[in-house]
Design a protein around this ligand. Structure first.
Ligand code: DGL
Length: 284
């Protein structure tokens, strides 16, 4: 094993949404160490401009490289990937880098009605990168695109309270109902949307609500697992996979936030079953 193999994998998002990607990464790569940064002090990214999101992406990637000597970086945020991954690759040419983008290709493969819905942030869905992805699939399916202002922020805020706080669930449900209601009928009937792409990593944590609203026949497509597999492939190619004999436990994960500590501790306990001691704040 070379020295690089011992180093952690860096992962970041505007907040807690990327924990859905970290979940998939830990399942795919149980022998790896991870450093996750939730930029909750600056979230949400989705309704800010590209320049702001790019500046945050560079500050975070520089911090993870300089302070944590990461061996790879997963940008677990569709908005940051769309705004800044290209520049991040130029800035860190040696670093294996994985971004996330709305999973349109798997959705095209999955749809039976030929009608795919895509939800995401305004930043992602309005980006040139997304326009290129959409154009590359022209003619293969009909797409209905819906930016969901406020939804990631509502999911972010819900981590400040116990999971039973009905006010949070009611707000998230109302936003999901409003946005999916504007997209047209969902279901398996001819012309209806039977496949919904979750184009923002936060929305994975609203999956149960979406399933309840849309019914069991609508497929919800997230990106965590393919991103985790791609991360494995890149590390393999770089001969940088960790090779401990046994899977690592909770101490293999360090989580930072630029926002308040308690909501992050709630989120990692709720969604990743990690102890509060994994979490710290950082000023960035
Ligand atoms: N989780 C992020 C994404 O995947 C962004 C949410 C936000 O900060 O608006 O796009």
């Amino acid at each position: 094993m070379n020295d690089t193999a011992q180093q952690p994998i860096g992962v970041f998002d505007s907040g807690v949404g990327g924990l859905s990607v970290l979940q998939a990464l830990r399942a795919e790569l149980p022998h790896e160490r991870f450093v996750y940064l939730a930029d909750s002090g600056h979230a949400p990214y989705g309704e800010r401009g590209d320049a702001y999101v790019a500046a945050r992406t560079h500050a975070i990637s520089d911090f993870l490289c300089a302070q944590h000597h990461i061996k790879a970086l997963v940008v677990a945020c569709n908005t940051a990937t769309a705004a800044a991954i290209h520049e991040a690759r130029v800035r860190h040419p040696q670093l294996p880098l994985v971004g996330v983008e709305p999973a349109l290709k798997p959705a095209v493969a999955a749809t039976r009605t030929g009608h795919v819905g895509v939800i995401g942030t305004r930043g992602t869905l309005g980006s040139a990168k997304f326009a290129r992805l959409l154009a590359s699939l022209e003619g293969q399916a009909r797409f209905t695109i819906q930016p969901c202002d406020g939804l990631a922020h509502a999911i972010e805020r819900s981590t400040a309270h116990p999971p039973t706080a009905t006010q949070d669930a009611t707000e998230i449900r109302a936003l999901c109902a409003q946005y999916t209601g504007a997209m047209g009928p969902f279901g398996t009937e001819e012309g209806a949307i039977d496949t919904l792409v979750l184009g923002c990593t936060h929305y994975v944590f609203a999956q149960d609500i979406l399933r309840d609203l849309l019914g069991p026949d609508v497929a919800l497509i997230a990106t965590g697992e393919p991103v985790a597999r791609q991360t494995r492939r890149l590390l393999q190619t770089a001969h940088a996979l960790a090779c401990q004999e046994t899977p690592l436990g909770a101490d293999a994960v360090t989580v930072f936030t630029t926002g308040a500590l308690e909501p992050l501790q709630n989120a990692v306990g709720r969604w990743l079953q990690l102890p509060a001691r994994c979490c710290s704040t950082v000023d960035l």
